[in-house]
Design a protein around this ligand. Structure first.
Ligand code: MLT
Length: 329
């Protein structure tokens, strides 16, 4: 099982996982047409990056073609709602992250239920987050950042990718740890948010290393901390939040693949097998390592492990979110 973290575990699979049903397509010849993998955030952001890393090797393993489609909006819930309604034939797949487990506690009228409306295919990766700011933002350390934002709470802006996005959750944890409420600026994904951070239009945000590593290494943004217990190899000079005095800010972002409930189990197994093959591909492993992450173990790239993790995370986040008193609508 993927590692979990003490303060807030961001990963956690599949009895009765909804993988059965008579509605689905023909498993024997699958795939006979292009498979669309829906990404619930902007192109060029962290979820998109991870999806595009595995799309080609998965397609090759399946003997078909995968098209990546970005469906943005409402912290990833627009895309999840669309895929929940899609034909359960294996040709519409959702890549989603921790947001799958947080949305039910955040949104009153979500329109889908993660455990009922989706069959899990397998976990993909778990990505550390970074606390980053525009290059010329005055604070130089995480402790300075805390002091600064408390003193300037009326004017500091905190970017995120909408309610329930990983950046939103990490931002909530930061604000809770710092004891401050800031003005949040929502984007359709942290791809465009990071562009604005580099451009100086927003002050700071939490974002995944799969999006921030290049800009941190190039000195285009300031990095205060990584949110994992250990430093990230590709960012050796960036301290952990614990080292920087904020151990409560412990979070990383798990990703998984989903299909609508009713998709034939044989198709789910084919997708899971292709996922495992992609995650064992040396080029994928190398690309992920450069961006501070790694594929999950083969045992976690399964419907069962994914479902168990989702169940655990739904429970964990329901409590965190209820304690924080946050609602989207
Ligand atoms: C994205 O792909 O834009 C991110 O995963 C957004 C987020 O969850 O912060």
């Amino acid at each position: 099982m993927i590692a979990t973290f003490a303060a807030v575990s961001l990963i956690a699979a599949c009895s009765g996982n909804g993988n059965g049903g008579a509605e689905g397509g023909d498993a024997a010849g699958y795939p006979e047409q292009n498979i669309t993998v829906v990404v619930p955030f902007s192109a060029g952001g962290p979820t998109d990056t991870v999806t595009r890393m595995i799309a080609d090797p998965m397609a090759k393993a399946l003997g078909g073609k995968i098209v990546v489609q970005n469906v943005e909006g409402a912290g990833g819930t627009v895309a999840a709602g669309q895929v929940a309604q899609a034909r359960p034939d294996g040709y519409t797949v959702l890549m989603h992250h921790i947001g799958m487990s947080t949305a039910p506690a955040l949104y009153k009228d979500l329109g889908y239920q993660p455990l009922e409306d989706f069959a899990t295919v397998g976990l993909v990766t778990e990505v550390p987050m970074t606390v980053v700011a525009r290059k010329d933002f005055p604070p130089t350390t995480l402790a300075d950042l805390t002091t600064y934002v408390k003193a300037n709470s009326a004017k500091v802006t905190l970017a995120n990718a909408g309610i329930g996005a990983a950046s939103h959750l990490c931002g909530l944890l930061f604000q809770a740890a710092a004891g401050v409420k800031l003005q949040e600026v929502p984007y359709q994904g942290t791809g465009p948010a990071l562009t604005d951070l580099v451009g100086g239009q927003v002050d700071f945000m939490c974002d995944q290393t799969t999006n921030t590593t290049g800009q941190i290494s190039a000195g285009k943004v300031k990095a205060y901390a990584v949110t994992t217990p250990e430093r990230v190899k590709s960012l050796p000079d960036v301290p952990t939040t614990a080292e920087a005095g904020m151990p409560q800010l412990a979070v990383s972002v798990w990703h998984g693949l989903y299909v609508p409930t009713g998709t034939p189990p044989e198709i789910v197994q084919k997708l899971s097998g292709a996922l495992k093959t992609a995650l064992a591909d040396q080029a994928v492993i190398d690309q992920m390592a450069k961006l501070g992450t790694a594929p999950v173990a083969a045992a976690d790239a399964t419907p069962e492990a994914h479902r168990a993790h989702l169940e655990e995370q739904l429970t964990t986040w329901a409590k965190v979110i209820s304690d924080a008193g946050v609602k989207a609508s």
